[in-house]
Design a protein around this ligand. Structure first.
Ligand code: G6P
Length: 611
């Protein structure tokens, strides 16, 4: 939530920052702003997208080799020009941008108001900024000292960047809970919420840790903790190419990412799964294999699409490993005083690795003695660093706000882990184990076959785009897929959609069914197939419109469906990686048909770093 970029060096800062903000726009896009030092302090900010900010500065002075920029996802205060960052302190000397939430801002604000401070926005950020300025004034000290004192009083999460008109050779940054990466160039430094704005300039980066302050000059990076002790910056080499964060000829990132899935799933399996020998190598979890095998319980913690991947994993782990699994919304788990026993294994699933609810939830579980495994896409992310072990999904940067390729990669990793544990525990027979290894390895090619249905799905989207509601139904492994299909449609097309277990439908949702309601059945051939056929009949009997995702060779479902999408046969354990693809495309094309910004749907953000 909120994207942050900073630059200090000998280039013009403005183009570097604007380009960086566009790459980070997935983190929030309700307003954007930039502050530049060029003798004085220039601040420009604008409601809406980075492109609107760019337009608003045409003809203005945008020179300067030090600057900070921000793209916002509103928490405190509506999206508007005045609530946009950067904020400027009462003296007019210091500008600040912030990602996160200052929870005790109200009491600090009252103190400052009593001292005569005034505020031109509704944000918690402006409060923190003036608090820092007030401490600086009272102590007659440096900005860095004032920041350190202020942060000790602050409750909440932050990544902040500060620049001072009177000290133009420095950017000061600090983080707790919200990410910050610093790219190290030749006599220049780049600061950002993730590596995407940095990658084209340098591959050497430092991930700043919680409770660290960075004092950044063009030619020097100093890291300190809140106790003012110097820390040694740990330089990491980025393993990412620029092309991975560009659209590559597709109209939208979401479409590109849907079409990347044969490759991303393959990348996830490559080097780990040998289907012929049945050897699965996952070095990240090797060390904890015994503990997972002996776990009394697995608790899966996630949000959004990642939570749906967790639901599929629940079925897979219980079926294959015979370990009880609970899947928890991170936000609920954190606040309900959960029972966690020593030796429980917690699997945190997150594309970004930064989701605040998930991060806080695993901290809670860790304190209570659980082993934390992270199934994450972003290397070096906060959850990765808080986990004992885990496995990356290797799906590459996911820019479209609605998650697609991350979901299938998460499933690939989770199924591999389950297979590995089941094999070690001997809860699966050899024949089935080898079959599932083979089935998993065949998924990338089968996804490519599903993608051939693209034009068919596009046509269906234009047929159903004006519906007000959709129902998505599935059973067993396909139930979470139904939930995910409904979520995709809500996110991208703003059409109300509900996902339901197909059998549960008769306990309520069936009352919604009439000739106008499209009902999407995820009805691939599996052990529940006969049952879901009956559910289709129940919908047809009430004149609902049935759209079915079916397995090649199924002759019954087409007779009960208005429209069908055929996918290749696959074992039910791996089938969700295929059946979800048409649902991603359906949501995408309905969103496009309705002329919505599918990569940046309203009110959403890709990385939700507030609780
Ligand atoms: C946001 C995104 C979703 C994502 C969810 C969890 O809501 O818009 O696409 O599924 O966060 O994110 P995570 O990075 O933890 O998987």
């Amino acid at each position: 939530m909120c994207g942050i970029v900073g630059y200090i060096g000998s280039r013009e800062a403005y183009p570097v920052i604007i380009k960086g903000l566009k790459r980070l726009e997935y983190r929030g896009y309700d307003s954007a702003g930039i502050a530049l030092l060029n003798g004085g302090l220039k601040v420009y900010k604008k409601k809406d997208k980075v492109a609107d900010l760019e337009e608003s500065v045409i003809g203005k002075d945008i020179s300067g080799t030090t600057g900070i920029g921000h793209t916002r996802w509103a928490t405190h205060g509506e999206p508007s020009d005045r609530n946009a960052h950067p904020h400027v302190s009462n003296s007019g000397n210091i500008a600040m941008i912030h990602n996160g939430i200052i929870e005790n801002y109200a009491s600090i604000k009252n103190e400052l108001i009593k001292k005569g401070y005034t505020f031109s926005s509704d944000t918690d950020t402006e409060v923190l900024l003036n608090f820092i300025e007030d401490i600086k004034k009272n102590n007659e000290g440096t900005l860095e000292e004032a920041l350190r004192i202020a942060l000790k009083r602050v409750v909440g999460a932050y990544c902040i960047l500060l620049i001072d008109k009177n000290n133009p050779d420095t950017i000061i940054a600090a983080r707790k809970g919200s990410p910050l990466v610093i790219g190290i160039g030749k006599n220049e430094h780049f600061l950002a919420s993730d590596a995407s704005p940095i990658i084209e300039y340098t591959k050497e980066v430092v991930y700043v840790n919680d409770y660290e302050i960075a004092i950044v000059h063009a030619d020097e990076l100093i890291l300190k903790n809140l106790g003012n002790e110097k820390q040694t910056p740990f330089i990491t080499k980025l393993d990412m190419e620029l092309s991975a964060i560009e659209k590559g000829g597709y109209e939208h990132f979401m479409l590109k990412e849907i079409f990347e899935q044969p490759q991303t799933i393959y990348d996830c399996l490559r080097g780990r799964m040998n289907a012929e020998t049945g050897v699965i190598t996952m070095s990240g979890i090797q060390q904890y294999e015994q503990q997972i095998m002996n776990a009394g319980r697995i608790i899966i913690i996630a949000c959004g699409t990642s939570w749906h991947a967790g639901l599929v994993a629940e079925y897979v782990f219980e079926e294959l490993c015979r370990i009880p699994v609970e899947v928890e919304y991170a936000s609920e788990f954190r606040y309900r005083n959960p029972v966690v026993n020593k030796g429980d294994v917690v699997i945190a699933i997150s594309q970004s690795g930064e989701t605040a609810d998930t991060l806080v939830a695993i901290e809670t579980a860790k304190e209570q003695g659980a082993i934390i495994l992270g199934i994450l896409n972003v290397v070096g992310s906060s959850i990765a660093r808080k986990s004992h072990a885990g496995a990356y999904t290797h799906a590459g940067p996911e820019i479209g706000v609605a998650s697609t390729k991350a979901f299938t990669a998460q499933l690939a990793v989770l199924i591999m882990v389950a297979l590995k544990i089941a094999h070690a525990k001997n809860t699966i027979n050899k024949e089935r184990y080898l079959l599932l290894c083979k089935e998993l390895m065949e998924i990338p090619d089968k996804v490519a076959i599903v993608l051939l249905q693209n034009n068919n799905i596009k046509a269906l989207a234009s047929k159903y785009k004006d519906a007000y509601d959709f129902l998505y139904l599935g059973r067993g492994y396909n139930f979470p897929v139904a939930l995910e299909g409904a979520l995709k449609l809500k996110e991208i097309s703003y059409i109300h959609a509900e996902g339901y277990p197909a059998a549960e439908m008769k306990h309520g949702p069936i009352a919604l069914v009439d000739e106008k309601l499209p009902v999407v059945f995820v009805a691939t051939k599996d052990s529940y197939h006969q049952k879901i056929i009956s559910n289709m009949q129940e919908i047809k009997a009430r004149k609902g419109k049935v759209i079915s995702i079916i397995t090649e060779g199924d002759t019954v479902s087409p007779t009960l469906s208005d429209d069908i999408i055929i996918i290749p046969p696959a074992d039910e354990i791996v089938a969700p990686m295929l059946s979800v693809i048409p649902l991603q495309l359906l949501a995408y094309y309905i969103g496009v048909a309705k002329d919505y910004d599918v990569d940046k749907p309203r009110n959403l953000a890709k990385s939700v770093t507030v609780e």
